[in-house]
Design a protein around this ligand. Sequence first.
Ligand code: 5RP
Length: 226
Amino acid sequence: MTQDALKKAVAQSAVEHTLERIDADSIVGIGTGSTANFFIDLLAAHRGKFAGTVASSEASAQRLKEHGIPVYDLNAVNEVVVYVDGADETNPRLELIKGGGAALTREKIVAAVAKEFICIADDSKWVDHLGTFPLPVEVIPMARSHVGREIVKLGGDPVYRQGVVTDNGNVIIDIHHLHPIGSARALEEKLNNIVGVVTNGLFALRPADVLLLGTPDGVKTLRAEG
Ligand code: 5RP
């Protein structure tokens, strides 16, 4: 099976999970990236069954609108029933690295609001310990050098993602050589405490609730281990 076939399979499974949780008034949170794009395209067939969506990026909002699916400002909705998004890495605790597509801040906000966070990923994203994938950090532009120096003090190797500006007008620093991350929660907090950091791509303080993992043997439904 190709990686795209695995992504499509988990997206289809996420549509089925979503349909079990929504009614005509529901708002669905929508992630960003190629796996989330499969989810958007498959969800479009059911667009009359829920009130609308909130999106974690301008790109996803655009794709939703092209399907005729309403997109709301998060401030205009009372509740997000479920948030469906991909990941760059997941461990057995369903702690994630996200932000390969630079959408980490809005992703983290929608995940924080959602009652349930369903992560969809092919099995290339499954790891015992996070940190092989460079950890994205969204940074206020004037703080880029300062944040880089602080990351070095934490033992990371910061690399400025050239030419990328986030939907919030900020820049991305990717932290290399963190593997294996011991306590993802502790590192998430330390990075958040650096002045000039907007968000980092560790989703450990708010991990996924459910992981739909695409494997050649089918889609596995996993919940966080201890
Ligand atoms: C975007 C993300 C994506 O969820 C992550 O990069 C996975 O992307 P893909 O589904 O294309 O593999 O965090 O910021």
